[in-house]
Design a protein around this ligand. Structure first.
Ligand code: AMP
Length: 209
């Protein structure tokens, strides 16, 4: 077992927010993460390292205990569906929603609709719970285009301000889940490295409430 604790952070829009939060609890990377191609970073604390990964990979690295802690969006955790980690804290960053959206004015729908999303598991679960049979179409970006072009009748996507939906003539039909950034902890690390992990959780809790 390594002698240090590793925290996995999510690349992209939430990274500056996560780094700002870590700075408030006295944890700072030893170099500028945005200017480096490295994936693992030393910090000002000898007992802590940071890893910068894609969202889904944060959950996977924490699930397998390679990273002890992770900071990840709830959307990714719902989609990942892993069970090797606890989710002790809502850090309250990068707030948004996962919602079903469709065209503002839509023609008659067929009995079995098509739903485009990158959140295939979330969408499947949502429609299964409602006992509605749908065809899910996996997309990797620009979900809003799907109803406009006729690829799908609905999308399941992240909405923050709603501006992207509006700009494409779409409206929210139902909110599936409120999303924000969460702290996750590997279940085994939580037990075997409690003395190092719990103070970090406490400090982050204090900094976010
Ligand atoms: P908005 O126009 O503000 O509703 O933003 C919606 C677009 O930004 C969608 O295409 C989303 O995929 C993306 N987006 C907004 N907020 C987030 C977030 N917190 N995490 C990931 N993607 C987001």
């Amino acid at each position: 077992m390594s002698t240090y604790i590793t925290i996995a952070l999510t690349k992209g829009r939430s990274l500056p927010l996560s780094l700002e939060l870590l700075a408030t609890i006295g944890v700072e990377p030893a170099e500028d993460i945005s200017k480096s191609r490295k994936l693992v970073f030393d910090t000002n604390r000898e007992d802590l390292k940071l890893m910068v990964l894609r969202g889904m990979d944060v959950a996977t690295y924490v699930e397998h205990g390679i990273a002890d802690l992770g900071i990840s969006g709830k959307d990714v955790l719902l989609e990942h569906g892993g069970d090797g980690y606890y989710e002790p804290l809502d850090l309250g960053l990068a707030k948004c929603q996962i919602a079903v959206a469709g065209l503002k004015t839509e023609a008659q729908l067929p009995p079995r609709i098509k739903v485009a999303t990158k959140f295939v598991n979330i969408a499947k679960r949502y429609y299964a719970e409602k006992a509605i049979q749908v065809d899910i179409i996996k997309l990797y970006g620009a979900m809003e285009l799907a109803p406009v072009t006729g690829l799908a009748h609905r999308i399941v996507d992240i909405v923050e301000t709603g501006n992207t939906l509006k700009a494409n003539g779409l409206v929210i039909l139902e909110v599936i889940e409120e999303i924000s950034t969460r702290l996750i902890v590997n279940k085994i690390s939580f037990k075997t490295r409690y003395a190092s992990v719990q103070p970090l959780i406490d400090a982050l809790e204090k900094a976010t409430t």
